[in-house]
Every structure is written in C-alpha cells, then in structure tokens.
Design a protein around this ligand. Structure first.
Ligand SMILES: [Cu+2]
Length: 71
C-alpha cells in the first residue's frame, strides 16, 4: 500500500536543487512520486514498503543534500 513520508531537506538553494532531490528520490525502487518544496525545505515522497526511509535519506545525501525524517 502506498504511503507518504515527509523529509526535511537542507542545502537546497534553487529549482535545480529541487529537481536533483526529486530525481534522486524518484530513482529509488518503490518510490512512486516525489514533490519537493524549496521554501518549505520539504520532500513529500509517495512510496510502497519497498522504499525505506533510510534509502531515501541516503539518496538525498548522495545528491549532495541533507535529509531527516519529519515527524
Ligand atoms: Cu540549486
């Protein structure tokens, strides 16, 4: 079943950063969609159980940004 996880993303400065983060998240197996807000520093990730939060954070980090889970 699809669920949504919200990540707090640090380090984005422009719309290219937003695209980088979105693409990094969307490339993960199990991720169905990702919407990133520059002003809110937030990523909303729609995903199945196949995609873990750890994998999402690692993907964002690999793209050059810092992510933490929003509670
Ligand atoms: Cu940028």
């Amino acid at each position: 079943m699809a669920q949504t996880t919200y990540l707090h993303v640090e380090g984005m400065t422009c719309m290219m950063c937003v695209k980088h983060v979105e693409n990094a998240l969307k490339a993960l197996p199990g991720v169905e969609g990702a919407k990133v807000s520059l002003s809110e520093k937030r990523a909303a990730v729609l995903h199945s159980e196949e995609a873990t939060v750890d994998a999402m954070i690692a993907a964002v980090r690999q793209a050059g940004y810092e992510a933490t889970v929003e509670v």
